[in-house]
Ligand binder design. Sequence first.
Ligand code: XMP
Length: 519
Amino acid sequence: MRFHKEREKVLIIDFGSQVTKLIGRNVRELGVYSEIITPNQLRKLENFDKIKGLILSGGPSSVVSKKYQTIPKKIFDKKIPILGICYGLQLIAKLFGGKIKPSKKSREFGRAFLIKKNNSLLIKKFIKKNNLVWMSHEDAVIKLPKNFKTVASTINSKLTIIEHTKKKIYGIQFHPEVTHTENGKQIFKNFLFLICKIKKNWNISSQKERLIKEIKEIVKESKVICALSGGVDSSVVALLINQAIKKNLICIMVDTGLMRKDEFKDTYKIFKKKYKLNIKLINSSKLFLKKLKNISEPEKKRKIIGKLFVEVFEKESRKFKDIKFLAQGTLYPDIIESRTATGSKTSKIKSHHNVGGLPKKMRLKLLEPLKEFFKDEVRILGNSLNLVDSINYKHPFPGPGLGIRIVGSITSQKIKILQEADYIYINELKKNNLYNKIWQAYAALLPIKTVGVMGDSRTYENICLLRAVTSIDGMTADYYSFPKNFFDKISNKIVNNVKGINRVVYDITSKPPSTIELE
Ligand code: XMP
């Protein structure tokens, strides 16, 4: 799939902030097409005809250090409106001769209140009394650059919003892209529609027809193979390609034995009966269990599961002739994350597994129709493809499945116990209208046994850990606060119905410092 050379757009220059993706989402949610690129990609850009605005993101770099990320100064002569956020503001200030100070005193993390100093299109309908904004910076602009005026201040930073007096160049120190800033979207609205004067040109449901047409043009009469897991991404990919090329799509479903209760069976039923997809089923659960025997180190488990999955998938796909393409549910954030603004590798916390790495060996071309979409956009596409809600709004599930939710070594008995507990937990969430308020919830099994008492007998059984988090993209997360009566109900139900569990605990850590999964 290609990006849109012909479409008017706003470019977001990514200086490496954790929340750059949220700028992209904000812009797209307002109906404007945007792309996130690195400063290097901007440097190489020759044609600016379709670029209606530039947004410079935040980032870890400091303009007061010797080496810092920058952009060519001639960008400012192109008459394209520019909005700098946090590091973006500091860079603009630096390039226009302002003064920036790395100061422990001026650093601000968390809430701040905005005080209006001058009128500006950027803050139209944004500033109310005491606007709450979210700060996260150490350096601060302490001297206004030439030809700039102050639009707003906070107690700690006088130059919180600045504006060029002749050109459409703006800088803001706080982060309007995060939900903690009250009414932050209004800043983007003003920038896009009042300042850049760009027209709405992005609507996900209308992308469906374009994608189907493009798939037809690319694939022609060839065959496409796709690993279908029943998660929202691979499901939307399969339905899209199926609408484009029907019988030439072959889906492979690998049963690793590490799926949730009934998930494999239910997914197969839905795609075979309702959508009439061409599906090949492979039951490898015994093989996975054998290879995982006595393995308790998390990274080892992840590697074994990932490698085995690729081997099984590869072996099966070789049985089909004339396959030219491998379809994958790669999303836009995956593309952005695989390259960083500085070129430096972010530290590896866990090795995430998907079917990446297959094409090199298999000499297949990649087909990645979701490469330009965010997760919530994929769900809108899923809706327009009539994907059933139970799959379209399913919580994310990691590639290694229950394998990383059974802490320590894996046995078939532990899988069964966990499947039952997780099933009860998820069903209760659905019954109590909580499932859709939570980004991800699951049950896990801890490798410790504790003593309990049931009736008149002593028990010595496993601990079940429950996790539920709210999040926007899985990068950060908060644990969900259940009402006490939900806890009462769920612990009772699990202990009474799942043989092998006599204690239920709830995980009350956020990410960071924890991660969402346990391994
Ligand atoms: P962590 O545990 O790193 O998880 O906070 C963040 C999100 O990623 C999911 N996750 C995975 N997804 N393959 C995947 O496709 C994996 O190996 C994997 N590991 C974690 C996790 O469920 C959460 O949504």
